[in-house]
Ligand binder design. Structure first.
Ligand code: HEM
Length: 457
């Protein structure tokens, strides 16, 4: 065990519970902060905070860059005994959390106190979704969150429009198994069509132009507002994409997310249709999740066999495949850093911190922390089938608490359904990049280079 604090020593919660005479924050030294910036923050920025830059991802895969960040965090935790550490970052101090009780507090704290719209994150996200729930706070956020919860049905494994979405997946996945190989561009095209049909209906299926505009906006968001000269062009592009959204939404079928959003009661500033920007961003992100899951299944034939048994039942639940997707997300998270900002004075590890403090849970590190997670670097989907696995705070591919992903269940429904379509009648007999199931899995995979070999079953 690398932590020296015990549960009882942790004074979590609001400032009123602070014992008298509590000491000041634990601060990272200058060299430590520099190492953190060089191995954690800067590489994340260079990789692209919203749209991962393919060449950078390929380079990071070649040098296993996440291992550098993990080594820094492990050393920081060991040096400070697991206490929350205030690290001077590239744009101000950030409080890094390690200890399990601090993680519990992070997820339990109401979003009104520990807000998702942290300034740095917001600078990027407002480019592509200025009215998105994740960029909002206070009452307006709560209204927007309600729409997200209602439309995405985040509390149910099977979405109310599950039958229609299954139908869309079945039609669009036919193109995935026509050849003996399956690569990134085929999967990207199919998931793009699925995303647009789920969001707006069949009329939007082939609208690659819209996807191109959104991709441009996401590239712009990667710069987190640093390139001021782009602002006007970005706003014009956002307006153009929104006009296209409105066009589709006007006659979208009832099962489409846009139609469901417009049917929700909303205040003047809520902007239900504006939420679709994040939904499409997340849906487009599924391409990598699916490919990495299939690549892992290619390297683990016994797991692939178990997934086939799941598919043979014929139902949409697919618990085994969902577990495989969750395990692939544990190993390769879509959101490796959970960042928040406090909107009131808070206490972390017995130390008072003012409102406006940035707080970071490096969840990608925690999910692969061999000090706490058994077989942390191996593909073990069965762990997700254990009771309450989804509430295990060491693992949070969808986060927990008030900021938990409202689209997680829909994401699992679609990814497991697409994986099932590829596996139905086929076996994946090989894959690139090479994955050795008997060695610790690499920290990142060059997703754009994934190529799978299929054989009839
Ligand atoms: C399976 C893939 C997905 C993963 C791993 C994932 C993960 C996450 C995570 C970790 C967060 C919290 C972010 C933070 O704390 O900064 C989040 C937020 C969010 N996700 Fe997802 N997500 C996925 C799919 C989806 C889908 C398919 C949708 C919608 C169609 C969606 C919609 C959202 C929204 C709207 C938020 C913001 C929630 C808020 O501000 O309260 N996600 N997601």
């Amino acid at each position: 065990m690398t932590e020296s604090r015990t549960e009882n020593e942790n004074t979590a919660g609001n400032a009123a519970t602070l014992p008298p005479g509590a000491s000041g924050p634990v601060r990272a030294g200058r060299a430590e902060a520099l190492r953190f910036a060089a191995t954690h923050t800067l590489p994340a920025f260079v990789r692209g905070f919203v749209n991962a830059r393919p060449r950078v991802v390929a380079a990071y895969a070649a040098i296993n860059q996440p291992a550098w960040s993990a080594a820094t965090l492990r050393a920081m935790r060991a040096r400070h005994g697991g206490a929350p550490v205030l690290v001077r970052g590239l744009s101000g101090p950030v409080l890094v959390l390690f200890y399990e009780a601090d993680l519990r507090q992070f997820f339990a704290e109401p979003v009104r106190t520990l807000s998702l719209d942290a300034p740095d994150k917001n600078k990027g996200l407002t480019v592509l979704e200025p009215t998105g729930v994740i960029c909002s706070h206070g009452e307006l956020r709560e209204e927007r969150r309600k729409i997200n919860d209602e439309v995405l049905a985040g509390d149910r494994p099977l979405h109310p429009a599950c039958a229609q979405y299954q139908g869309i997946v079945e039609e669009e996945s036919l193109a995935l198994t026509r050849r003996a190989t399956l690569d990134f561009s085929q999967m990207k095209q199919a998931t793009g069509r699925i995303s647009r049909r789920v969001a707006f209906g069949d009329r939007a299926a082939g609208d690659e132009e819209l996807t191109g505009w959104l991709s441009e906006l996401r590239d712009a968001a990667n710069w987190m507002g640093l390139v001021k000269s782009r602002n006007k062009a970005d706003r014009a592009l956002y307006a153009k994409a929104t006009a296209r959204f409105e066009e589709y939404a006007a006659d979208a079928p009832g099962h489409a997310l846009a139609a469901r959003a417009l049917s929700c009661p909303a205040g003047a500033d809520t902007d239900p249709l504006g939420q679709v920007h994040h939904w499409l961003l997340a849906l487009d992100g599924l391409v990598g999740v699916i490919l990495r899951t299939l690549l892992l299944l290619a390297a683990h034939p016994a797991e692939q066999e178990a997934a086939h048994a799941d598919i043979a039942t014929g139902g949409p639940e697919l618990p085994r495949l969902r577990a495989c997707v969750q395990e692939s997300l544990r190993l390769y998270p879509l959101v490796p850093d959970l960042v928040r900002v406090t909107r009131a004075e808070t206490v972390w590890g017995g130390v008072r911190h003012p409102a406006g403090t940035s707080v970071l849970v490096p969840i990608g590190f925690h999910q692969r922390d061999s000090a706490r997670v058994p077989a942390a670097d191996l593909f073990v989907p069965g762990r997700w089938l254990e009771a309450d696995a989804d509430r295990d705070l060491r693992m949070a591919p969808f986060s927990h608490g008030g900021g938990r992903c409202p689209g997680g269940q829909l994401g699992l429904l679609l990814t497991s359904a697409i994986c099932a379509q590829v596996l139905r009648g086929h076996r994946i007999v090989g894959g690139r990049p090479a994955v050795d199931p008997h060695r610790p899995l690499p920290g990142t995979v060059d997703t754009a280079a994934i190529r799978l070999r299929l054989a009839p079953r």
